[in-house]
Design a protein around this ligand. Structure first.
Ligand code: 5AD
Ligand code: SF4
Length: 446
């Protein structure tokens, strides 16, 4: 039987993966293993992977391939996350030196699979199609001491034609409000100041369990009542499921931050239809207008895909125009990447790579002008920030975020980490706002 004492975890992809890694770290520490940062010295290596675009998969495959040519061959190697579900045991053919493949819906099986591998020396795979067993969220081992991810719903039922998530994470499955509340209460009592509610589509929360009588906005009202909870955020939202009740919650709940990630994906109705986004641009715009009317200071985030199959220059221009019109404060911009098993694979990936990249560049340039305008408008403003950590590059500076998710740096003492402070923005450098401290925040200033 092989013996292991230490482990190393590398996480690729989204926040849901980061949280899943934290849960796995908790499970491994419970069995007496120690986490180390030195990959080359660890007895167990876990790669928690992402399949959302080809580049994400290639990065992992390159990394795993390399391990077979180093001394790390002797370590136990596990592949978890979306690639595990997308590729299942075919990964063993491609990378023979990996020991186990554990899917996104089998995290609770980690220690059993590991026992199995250690006892038998054989490869093991577990990749269930749906999430059925609740995880031990309370023993997740979190790196961050100020903000914590809390999973409220897993999976996705939307089936956008380009997206692998409904296949790698399975159908939507909400977590009970009692369990979510218990975790949030524990986090607050441990000193966490910000809770980030996670789901592929948080706005679907509770729809799969009508008997609970608790939709997303009901959950938010419940969590806002927890004494000591300073900030709550959520991501991601599908525009179709964003309701007036949710918008009113953003307006009315003191802890709920005024930032909504609200991906438009494309600006042309023909492309939106082909993407199966189930809204038209007009319907999307109506929701944005309603949200801005109800919460005038709200900041919006989006995701956009350029170069979807058959996208013409005119259709790209419509995406460009929407971004210009809406002025998002955060925009994640992607070139379309065909994913195996998705409906969009039926269509030829006919927008040449250079055209995709050129469209992306144009979009980024315009979005940068919007950011610049927004930074300019922040000058001389006094805002509330939650101090998160020391700045990576210059440790005399602290890093915090506004309620609207803007990064701010300011000189200050480490003891301020984890507190809410009022700062005055005086300038900016690249993407980051620079500020000076005014004092402890007793305002909920937006
Ligand atoms: N190609 C490019 N971008 C994609 N996304 C999802 N699938 C793909 C794909 N096949 C983007 C979407 C989504 C974000 C998380 O990733 O914009 O909102
Ligand atoms: Fe993918 Fe669409 Fe579901 Fe988002 S809503 S995870 S883009 S299928």
């Amino acid at each position: 039987m092989r013996e292991i004492k230490t482990f190393f975890v590398k996480t690729y992809g989204c926040q849901m993966n980061e949280l899943d890694s934290e849960i796995m770290v908790g499970q491994l520490e419970q069995r007496g293993l120690s986490r180390i940062e030195d990959e080359s010295a660890a007895d167990l290596l876990i790669f928690n992977t992402c399949s959302i675009r080809d580049l994400a998969e290639r990065k992992v495959m390159g990394k795993l391939g390399k391990l077979g040519r180093t001394s790390q061959r002797n370590a136990v190697i596990g592949v978890t996350g979306c690639m595990a579900n997308a590729k299942k045991d075919s990964l063993f053919q491609k990378i023979p030196h990996i020991d186990f493949v554990l899917g996104t819906n089998n995290i609770h099986d980690l220690n059993n699979v590991l026992d199995d591998v250690l006892a038998t020396g054989k490869q093991s795979v577990k990749t269930d199609d749906r999430f059925t067993t609740e995880l031990d969220y309370l023993s997740a081992k979190r790196d961050d001491k100020v903000k914590a991810y809390v999973s409220i719903i897993r999976g996705c039922d939307k089936f956008c034609t380009y997206c692998v998530v409904p296949y790698t994470r399975g159908p939507e499955s909400s977590r009970t409000p009692e369990s979510i509340e218990q975790e949030c209460r524990q986090l607050v009592s441990q000193g966490y100041k910000e809770i980030i509610l996670l789901g592929q589509n948080v706005n679907s929360y509770g729809k799969d369990k009508p008997e609970w009588n608790c939709l997303f906005h009901d959950l938010l009202y419940r969590l806002d009542r927890i004494p000591g909870v300073e900030r709550i955020r959520f991501m991601t939202s599908h525009p179709v499921d964003i309701t007036r009740e949710l918008m009113e919650a953003v307006r009315d709940l003191p802890s709920l931050c005024e930032f909504v990630h609200f991906p438009v994906q494309a600006g042309s109705n023909r492309i939106l239809r082909k993407m199966h986004r189930i809204y038209t641009l007009e319907q999307y715009r109506e929701k944005v207008n309603m949200l801005r009317e109800i919460v005038p200071e709200v900041a919006l985030g989006t995701d956009v895909i350029v170069g979807f199959p058959t996208e013409t220059e005119e259709e790209f221009q419509m995406t460009f125009d929407v971004l210009k019109e809406i002025e998002y404060s955060v925009a994640f911009l992607f070139a379309y990447s065909p994913r195996k098993g998705t409906p969009a694979m039926r269509w030829q990936d006919d927008v040449p790579e250079e055209v995709k990249q050129e469209r992306l560049q144009r979009l980024m340039k315009m979005q940068e002008e919007i950011y610049q305008k927004q930074r300019q408008s922040m000058l001389e403003r006094e805002v509330e920030i939650l101090v998160e950590k020391k700045n990576f590059k210059d440790s005399a500076l602290l890093k915090g975020r506004t309620r609207c998710w803007k990064n701010v740096l300011f000189p200050g003492d480490e003891s301020l980490i984890g507190t809410l402070q009022k700062v005055r923005i005086h300038s900016y450098s690249h993407q980051t706002l620079l500020a000076e401290l005014i004092g402890v925040s007793n305002l909920i200033d937006r």
